[in-house]
Design a binder for this molecule. Structure first.
Ligand SMILES: O=C(O)CCC(=O)C(=O)O
Length: 304
């Protein structure tokens, strides 16, 4: 076998020849020790030996920061401030951010029946969005109800006043529980664990200031994650921000209110094990876009 072919077999044809003298990564040469010029990397005893190298500990120049542990918000988890299901997740200059979790808002049998009807009967379709001028298909199906169109990610869902008859009593029940009124509904269908929604805030100007969003989950449980907006000095780096995870199960209602859309982002990430379909109904209130306003303009920039 030619020398070249043999090397390809042993290393993989993409492998580059190693430079003759490489220093194993992570070794910190002691400045006071002369370096041996006879080093033989990879040798365990035969051939010319290195003089003994020592390691010096250098204090990191930047303070080491801990990444805060993710908090879990569950029915039985009262670690966060709790008052009748209310969790204050932050309070700052933009106000208090609140979540309210109502597991079993729909009893299981009603939720089962509702889920199959909505899965079969809502006009689900896949929306095309734009980011930096490039089109991409949303990794989920959606449909929209409301007297006004809804624009996000540079693509508009047309106004649709033909509410499915099941959705109107459901809206009444959600309004009663939240003591808010909602004139619109964005429905999301996650067909399996590969469907998702990326980090974003529901902060389009058309949703108004400090909106309350009511989100009802049906079908398989998915993890709903929140992360805090970093302070300006972090230049958009989310490494050290607070994070919260809320498993949203069949029949659970989650209310997001106060400054949550100003100070936090949320997502439902892809999962790499089997997940069945899940429907999420997010009741909102929409307002006409302000005059001269580009539809879909965000109060703060985030991509959906
Ligand atoms: O599916 C969910 O729970 C979240 C949906 C969502 O974030 C949205 O519609 O803006």
């Amino acid at each position: 076998m030619s020398d070249k072919r043999q090397r390809a077999r042993v290393q993989g044809s993409w492998a580059k020849q190693l430079p003759k003298h490489t220093r194993p990564t992570g070794t910190v040469p002691n400045n006071h020790q002369p370096q041996s010029t006879h080093s033989a990397p990879g040798s365990w005893g035969s051939g010319p030996q290195k003089t003994c190298e020592t390691f010096e500990y250098h204090q990191p120049t930047k303070a080491v920061r801990d990444v805060p542990a993710e908090k879990f918000l569950q029915e039985h988890n009262f670690a966060l401030d709790r008052k009748a299901g209310d969790h204050v997740i932050s309070s700052g200059p933009s106000g208090v951010s609140r979540l309210r979790l109502l597991p079993g808002f729909l009893p299981p049998e009603e939720a089962d029946w509702m889920f199959s009807k909505l899965l079969a009967e809502l006009p689900w379709s896949q929306k095309t969005n734009y980011r930096h001028g490039e089109a991409y298909e949303e990794p989920r199906l959606t449909c929209w109800y409301g007297e006004l169109p809804y624009t996000y990610a540079q693509s508009t869902m047309a106004a649709n006043t033909q509410w499915h008859p099941l959705l109107l009593p459901l809206r009444d029940a959600v309004e009663q529980a939240s003591r808010c009124t909602f004139n619109s509904l964005l429905c999301n269908l996650y067909r399996d664990g590969h469907d998702s929604i990326g980090w974003h805030s529901d902060d389009e100007a058309s949703l108004g200031v400090k909106p309350t969003i009511a989100s009802l989950s049906l079908g398989d449980t998915r993890a709903f994650s929140l992360r805090k907006q970093p302070p300006p000095e972090e230049n958009g780096d989310y490494t050290y921000v607070e994070r919260i995870r809320v498993p949203l199960s069949h029949g659970t209602l989650l209310l997001m209110g106060g400054a949550t859309q100003d100070d936090w982002q949320h997502q439902v990430a892809k999962e790499y094990h089997d997940r069945g379909p899940r429907i999420n109904l997010t009741f909102r209130t929409t307002y006409p876009e302000p005059e001269g306003h580009k539809p879909g303009t965000k109060l703060r920039f985030t991509a959906k």
